[in-house]
Design a protein around this ligand. Structure first.
Ligand SMILES: [Zn+2]
Length: 86
């Protein structure tokens, strides 16, 4: 059976944690090879997990997250031209 994107999303954090069975891992990898959306999601999920996964080792230079937030806010502002939010 072929995995679809929603299956991959459901398993993506387990996949990163390496806690999926080998057969499923193979199916996910096969899907990732041809699906840019899931590859991108995997990358960003991985980055988020690195940042939030273990707050005892959360050691970013002071100002880093501030700059990151600033940049994200700016990019979001550029991309979303929604007239009203919230
Ligand atoms: Zn996909």
């Amino acid at each position: 059976m072929e995995l679809n994107c929603k299956h991959v999303w459901a398993y993506i954090s387990d996949y990163i944690d390496d806690s999926v069975p080998p057969e499923l891992r193979e199916e996910i990898e096969r899907h990732l090879e041809h699906c840019e959306i899931c590859s991108a999601i995997l990358d960003s999920t991985r980055n988020i997990l690195v940042l939030t996964g273990d707050d005892r080792t959360f050691e970013l230079p002071v100002g880093y997250s501030e700059r990151l937030h600033e940049r994200l806010a700016r990019e979001l502002a550029d991309e979303t031209n929604a007239p009203t939010t919230g």
